[in-house]
Ligand binder design. Structure first.
Ligand code: ATP
Ligand code: MG
Length: 474
């Protein structure tokens, strides 16, 4: 459904029932910015139970009442989502995520408790011209001037809800706005309070900042205003690094990569963290700086950082995997064999596309010749992988003989030997020396492998199998 039609229908329906209904907050802001969103927020003087009754006539596809005790009824109409919230009067209680809700009676009161002037706008019906906008706090002027400004006294507003500290910067990153000086000063003073906010809320809000169009601006603001200590403090270590002659500034480089890569949470987080361990792994050899092992240390740091912010484990694994493998992807050279490619593809697994995206974005040298060479390398790696994947299903490659076949073939029972033989055969398949369906040759090779294994048992004198039965004898 067209958002305009829906706004008109809802407004008419509420007014016919004797209630006020206004489009409010971010929805109005986004309309005025010429980017109407699929999420529409309304405010009304109707109580939630009345909202439920009134909207029935508009035939929504779904109604959710989970927010009802906070005054919000959520609705879905096709791909549009609508939240209708009863005017509120409460000011947030400091440090409480669930303030007592008191319903209010006026739109002005409702707008007064909103965070920033550009979010404290309302409109009766579809916003088509500025004259229609109800704007008690100068939000229209701030939208014009591209400023994020707190409604009322900034210090008070941030004390009420410290998440607003980060929301201010997030909006600056989404819109490319500056933060008005008094508001910025209040953020700097209140910054330590961000640490009191639940970590997952910080993670969610910071992710919105990361995928924003002006993410680098947002990250810099987080650092400059003292918020980063409660988000990813490890990033601040980059700013403590000594200037390295002939080596790029790691923080600046990180920001460039973040903005070069696609605007998805996984890609942006991987870009932000790919070099996170460089400050901790810095070393010198023959007058040259190096960061040996930074991908391993970085993998661990990425896990810690994301776990702390309560990300889901599959997301954490994916970012960590990309961080661990990015150096290998970047080290691609034309002399990589197909077998090296196969191993790389298998190790990357589902994060392969993200890894290749990072590889392409991770090219920020100031020297054009270098950039060109690196981009050509990334493109070639991608082309060769595509070519390989067109020829074979690399992920499915396996030993030509499975455990049952091996037991039947050698008349032996289950044991560790099966895994060893299968691994050996798989290695040969990956090397391109054994066809994945050549069971006959696989049987010969397995026989030879077992014979050799029996002839020269492991150094402790026991075969793997025996030691397992005997236990760990000294
Ligand atoms: P987006 O939907 O892109 O996150 P938004 O401005 O719509 O941006 P929401 O979090 O959806 O932000 O909130 C909707 C409106 O509710 C905001 O525009 C603002 O008016 C108000 N609001 C949200 N969170 C707060 C808060 N922590 N303090 C005060 N007002 C808030
Ligand atoms: Mg919204």
């Amino acid at each position: 459904m067209d958002p305009r039609t829906l706004i008109q229908t809802l407004t008419a329906t509420f007014e016919a029932a004797g209630y006020q209904l206004y489009l409010v907050g971010g929805s109005v802001r986004d309309y005025l910015l010429g980017r109407p969103s699929q999420d529409l927020d309304f405010a009304t003087d109707a109580r939630p139970e009345e909202v439920r009754r009134v909207v029935r006539g508009t035939q929504p596809d779904a109604i959710a009442t989970v927010g009802e005790k906070f005054g919000t009824i959520a609705l879905r109409y096709g791909d549009l989502t609508v939240e209708i919230t009863t005017f509120r009067a409460e000011r947030y209680q400091p440090h409480s995520r669930h303030p007592e809700v008191r319903f209010g009676t006026s739109l002005e009161g409702d707008l007064a408790r909103r965070d920033f002037t550009i979010n404290a706008l309302a409109c009766r019906g579809v916003p088509t011209s500025p004259e229609q906008i109800i704007d008690p706090f100068g939000g229209l002027a701030d939208l014009q001037a591209q400023l994020i400004r707190a409604v009322g006294d900034p210090a008070e507003r941030f004390a009420e809800d410290p998440l607003r500290l980060l929301r201010a910067v997030r909006f600056a990153a989404e819109l490319g706005f500056r933060i008005e000086p008094r508001t910025a000063a209040a953020i700097r003073r209140a910054a330590p309070a961000l640490a009191e906010i639940a970590k997952e809320r910080i993670g969610t809000e910071f992710t919105k900042l990361l995928v924003a169009a002006h993410a680098a601006h947002g990250i810099r603001l987080c650092v400059d205003l003292g918020l980063m200590a409660a988000i990813v403090p490890e990033l601040l270590e980059m700013l403590q690094m000594p200037p390295l002659k002939g080596y790029k500034d790691v923080f600046r480089h990180t920001l460039l990569v973040v903005e070069r890569i696609g605007r998805e949470p996984l890609l942006r987080w991987a870009a932000l963290l790919h070099d996170i361990a460089k400050p901790r792994t810095i070393g010198w050899e023959h007058g040259q700086v190096h960061f040996r092992g930074h991908e391993r240390v970085g993998e661990q740091m990425a896990r810690e950082i994301l776990r702390r912010l309560h990300f889901e484990s599959h997301f954490i694994d994916a970012v960590a995997q990309i961080v661990r493998l990015h150096v290998r992807a970047n080290s691609y050279s034309p002399d990589w064999t197909d077998s090296a490619l196969r191993r790389f593809v298998r190790e990357a697994g589902p994060v392969l596309p993200a890894l290749l995206a990072l590889c392409r974005a991770d090219v920020t040298s100031a020297r054009p010749a270098r950039v060109e060479a690196a981009q050509a390398r990334a493109a070639e790696l991608e082309a060769r992988i595509q070519d390989l994947l067109a020829r074979e299903d690399v992920a499915k490659l396996d030993s030509p003989l499975d455990g049952h076949e091996l037991m039947a073939l050698f008349g032996r029972g289950p044991g560790r030997w099966i895994g060893e033989v299968k691994r050996y055969l798989l290695e040969l398949v990956l090397d391109g020396e054994l066809a994945p369906d050549d069971k006959e040759r696989a049987a010969e090779l397995a026989r030879a492998f077992l014979a050799e294994r029996e002839a020269s048992p492991p150094p402790d004198g026991a075969t793997a199998e025996e030691s397992r039965h005997v236990g760990s004898a000294p």
